[in-house]
Design a protein around this ligand. Structure first.
Ligand code: 5RP
Length: 300
């Protein structure tokens, strides 16, 4: 800061003494503020923007994230019993994996160029109170694993709502120091409908607390959820549904403003996971129609 100020003052001096012309001085001031300050801004935001661009692709402004973090509370769930076997053929069609550190270390080839968004929260299993989560993985570990982002859940309207939201605040404060974008995964209380009212509430809170992007479920009037949330929203797939319905839901979400998907079961539990992820990609990145995408999925 002082060095910058010093060189600026030198420049003023130089312009006044050498040229002694107000016009030259004006030009130098203009160049300084325009070139130098803009450059500094750019450098400061490089880390976080570079990481984000490994997740949300700059070419389309969208992402196909593959969520395979389910084991962190569900154990070896259907389709992910052998995570490496399931995920390896999907990696070439994936922009970013949403995954825990344990599965990255043990199941992902480090030579792969897929980016990783690390799930860093956990605690309870499906047998306990799901909202009872804390941060389970350090920022240092995320950096060591070359993560492009970190993600955690907030549970709005659930018993530990306040703790999970406060944890998000703490994670964001630490992550921003290292230029690491935080994804907030929005879960809502068991008795609450997964509708635009409650999902908007959860997504907006996540953005207010500082999440750089947010994951939520599709709902009727999804565009209202997008409208109320100034950061990109990626759509979770939810329970396995017929492929045609999952493709239609994806197309609707994209049309209503989603920045892509972070989808798990509707890809890896499909009878043709590679076909399904290619079909989802075609909708997200190429604006394919649902029928075109279904055709892609149907090719074995
Ligand atoms: C669970 C998660 C999952 O990643 C999320 O549910 C996405 O997977 P799916 O498309 O199977 O719903 O964050 O908390």
């Amino acid at each position: 800061m002082f060095v910058n100020l010093f060189s600026y003052l030198l420049m003023i001096n130089f312009s006044l003494l050498t040229y002694n012309h107000i016009f030259d001085s004006f030009i130098l001031h203009f160049l300084y503020f325009h070139h130098y300050l803009r450059k500094e801004n750019f450098i400061m935001g490089f880390g976080i923007n570079n990481r984000l661009s490994r997740i949300i692709k700059p070419k389309t402004g969208k992402t196909v994230m593959l969520a395979v973090d389910h084991g962190y509370f569900q154990g070896p769930t259907t389709g992910l019993r052998d995570l490496k076997k399931t995920v390896t053929p999907l990696i070439p069609h994936t922009d970013c994996l949403f995954i825990t550190r344990g599965m990255v270390r043990n199941c992902i080839d480090p030579r792969s160029d897929v980016s990783v968004c690390l799930r860093v929260s956990g605690g309870p299993s499906i047998l306990g109170e799901l909202s009872n989560e804390d941060i389970t993985t350090s920022l240092e570990e995320a950096i060591r694993l070359n993560a492009a982002g970190v993600g955690m859940s907030i549970f709005v309207g659930a018993p530990n709502e306040d703790r999970t939201i406060a944890n998000l605040g703490r994670l964001v404060s630490e992550a921003e120091r290292y230029g690491m974008p935080v994804l907030a995964v929005t879960a809502i209380g068991r008795e609450m409908a997964r509708d635009a009212r409650y999902l908007s509430l959860a997504c907006r809170i996540a953005a207010e607390i500082g999440a750089r992007f947010v994951k939520t479920y599709y709902c009727e009037d999804f565009y209202k959820v997008v409208e109320g949330c100034p950061v990109p929203i990626v759509m979770a797939g939810g329970k396995k549904i017929p492929e045609m319905d999952a493709l239609q839901m994806t197309a609707n979400a994209i049309k209503e403003g989603a920045s892509g998907v972070d989808m798990g079961r509707n890809i890896f539990q499909s009878d043709n996971p590679v076909g399904m992820i290619k079909a989802i990609r075609a909708i997200v990145h190429k604006g394919a129609t649902v029928d075109e995408a279904f055709e892609i999925y149907s090719k074995k």
